[in-house]
Design a protein around this ligand. Structure first.
Ligand code: E4P
Length: 217
């Protein structure tokens, strides 16, 4: 499973990239608002930090606007992935960009049928939103399982990018179900390394090593 980091905070991205924890980045308009920087300059800097796929989302909701904005975003760097909403216009734009050899991430997916349509439009990634479904008392993981099964049934190459991840358990479950990628907020990503038994075990080893009086160097 690949890990993308779900943020537009360049310092966080750099730290996680240097630690070798991430394979790419996803952004959205809300994350750009939080970063409070011009989008083109921001995405360029993110693409300088990582060679992995960097999703930049269009702001328009009509086909022509998406086509114009997607082209501009794609020219920022070769690793830009054009993020498009799961609407009829978004799917139409996805098909066009795919025909042009550009990579796409179809976002705001909340049903298996939507995911099927995105795959038929040639999307590189489909982003089912787990946390937001859980918020409405619908099990987001069932959607991941359904999409996995449908894509496998028809050999679709579209990658399942589990999004709106809120907990370490979301990551574990999405991995068990065969999601290709999880996009995870930086704080959640850092919790994946934690286990109390690792901490107590390490403390005991450090104490015993000191008692040996040895030095490896
Ligand atoms: C990423 O592609 C999505 O935009 C993001 O995961 C949404 O997360 P949220 O539901 O926590 O805003």
């Amino acid at each position: 499973m690949k890990f993308f980091v779900d943020t537009a905070d360049v310092a966080e991205i750099r730290e996680l990239q240097e630690a070798g924890l991430i394979d790419g980045v996803t952004t959205n308009p809300s994350l750009v608002l939080k970063a409070n920087r011009p989008i083109k300059e921001l995405l360029k800097e993110i693409c300088d930090v990582t060679d992995g796929p960097v999703s930049g989302e269009v702001a328009s909701i009509d086909f022509d606007g998406m086509m114009r904005e997607g082209k501009i975003l794609s020219e920022i760097a070769p690793n830009i992935v054009i993020k498009l909403p799961l609407t009829l216009d978004g799917l139409k734009a996805c098909k066009k960009f795919t025909e042009q050899g550009l990579k796409t991430n179809v976002t705001l997916c909340f049903s298996a049928n939507q995911a099927l349509l995105a795959a038929k439009a040639g999307a590189t990634y489909i982003s089912p939103f787990i946390g937001r479904l859980d918020d409405t008392n619908i099990d987001g993981m069932e959607l991941i399982a359904d999409i996995r099964r449908i894509y496998d049934n028809y050999d679709f190459e579209t990658q399942i990018l589990a999004a709106s991840i809120r907990t370490a358990n979301h990551v574990r479950e999405a991995a068990l179900l065969g999601a290709d990628v999880a996009t995870v907020p930086p704080a959640t990503l850092k919790t994946l390394v934690k286990h109390p038994l690792t901490d107590t075990g390490l403390k005991a080893f450090v104490a015993d090593w000191e008692k040996t009086g040895q030095s490896i160097e």
